[in-house]
Ligand binder design. Structure first.
Ligand SMILES: [Zn+2]
Length: 91
């Protein structure tokens, strides 16, 4: 793991903690910062990070707090952010 990846990992943890405290603005700042680090270093974002962040409003998604998760037939998960955006991925 290089320094950029470590930073992203750390920002991911901070975003998750902020979202747990329902401090969604702070969580967004960490999410945006992590995206910038990934862009600048061209290292991409970890799968878990992409799954738990909203592409539309940059929120860090916590199921039951600011996101709803549903499982669909065929092995797909649908995550809906409070802003109305949804994302789907296989599990
Ligand atoms: Zn959103």
């Amino acid at each position: 793991m290089n320094i950029a990846e470590e930073r992203i990992d750390r920002l991911h943890d901070l975003a998750r903690e902020a979202a747990s405290d329902r401090d969604h603005e702070r969580a967004r700042e960490y999410v945006r910062l992590a995206r910038r680090v990934a862009e600048r270093n061209r290292c991409g974002l970890p799968k878990a990070f992409r799954r738990f962040t909203c592409d539309d409003c940059d929120a860090y998604l916590r199921p039951g707090v600011n996101a709803r998760v549903r499982t669909r037939a065929g092995g797909r998960v649908v995550v809906r952010c409070d802003c109305g955006a949804t994302k789907r991925y296989p599990y």
